[in-house]
Design a protein around this ligand. Structure first.
Ligand code: UGY
Ligand code: MN
Length: 271
């Protein structure tokens, strides 16, 4: 439940509408090697590529990340002005609502809540909101690292419901959905949904070369980032830089799940 709604319930109607603590406290943290970005501190941007759309930047290279991630609030009648083609590869996940999606070279489709698309570098895409409700679209983008002799991947359109849940850990209460083909060298990234039952966690504190973008889809718990523990909730965003020590304890009474980007399949660079 949003903080403000909760405080409205327990405070008299005459109380100020700013939640207690809002002026001097936030869960938001931005460090050299990680960031926790709760939605309440993110201020809206607008971009020339989109009409009637609020762009909430969750991560960008200014932070230290080697990618950008936004949450787009696409109002009725809103969407792209023209095919969006900035040269990057894009991953889109519809968090709420319905959108028409047209990727260059493919037929237009209707993306429902939980639908996702991978748009390879070099192709443009258009989204349009024909409904009466605002749609919320997560957009991830970064430059594509091509491999000599390997073709750029083809576009992918699917949905979370259509993606099987696997368990690579062998531990009860863990689940993975691989939204992009795992182990396919044409891709320089993975995009997975990780699900954890209450009380479960990783078998070890991870300290790995791969960078992460994490968006909390449901549930929450305690996230350890560089040895600091943070309470995280649905709709929070986390950036984890390379090697940042990380651990998650799922809390609550229901399964937690998050969308997780990971850079993989490419050697280190010395430039
Ligand atoms: O696979 C991973 O890197 C994953 N377990 N990390 C994470 O969820 N922070
Ligand atoms: Mn990890």
């Amino acid at each position: 439940m949003p903080k403000l709604e909760y405080h409205r319930r327990i405070l008299p109607d005459s109380a100020p509408t700013v939640a207690p603590g809002a002026t001097a406290y936030s869960r938001g943290v931005v460090k050299r090697n990680y960031a926790l970005v709760p939605p309440d501190g993110v201020l809206p941007s607008r971009l020339p590529d989109y009409r009637d759309t609020t762009v909430n930047f969750l991560a960008a290279p200014q932070m230290g990340a080697r990618f950008a991630q936004t949450m787009l609030l696409i109002e009725p009648g809103g969407g792209t002005m023209a095919p969006r083609n900035d040269g990057n590869q894009h991953f889109l996940l519809l968090r709420e609502g319905q959108l028409r999606l047209k990727i260059d070279g493919l037929d237009e489709i209707v993306l429902e809540d939980g639908g996702f698309a991978y748009v390879p570098a070099g192709l443009g895409f258009e989204v349009t909101n024909d409904t009466g409700e605002t749609a919320r679209l997560l957009e991830f983008y970064k430059p594509y690292e091509a491999l000599p002799g390997v073709d750029t991947p083809a576009p992918i359109i699917s949905s979370l419901d259509a993606t099987p849940v696997e368990n690579f850990s062998g531990q009860e209460g863990r689940g993975w959905q691989c939204l992009l083909p795992r182990g396919d060298m044409a891709f320089d990234m993975e995009m997975n949904v990780l699900a954890l039952a209450p009380g479960t966690h990783f078998p070890s504190v991870e300290t790995h070369i791969m960078e992460h973008a994490l968006f909390m889809l449901r549930g929450g718990g305690m996230y350890m980032l560089d040895w600091d523990w943070h309470e995280v909730w649905t709709e929070d965003f986390i950036w984890m830089g390379p090697w940042v020590p990380q651990q998650f304890y799922a809390g609550g009474w229901e399964e937690s799940a998050y969308l997780l980007y990971k850079d993989v399949n490419r050697d280190v660079r010395f430039d």
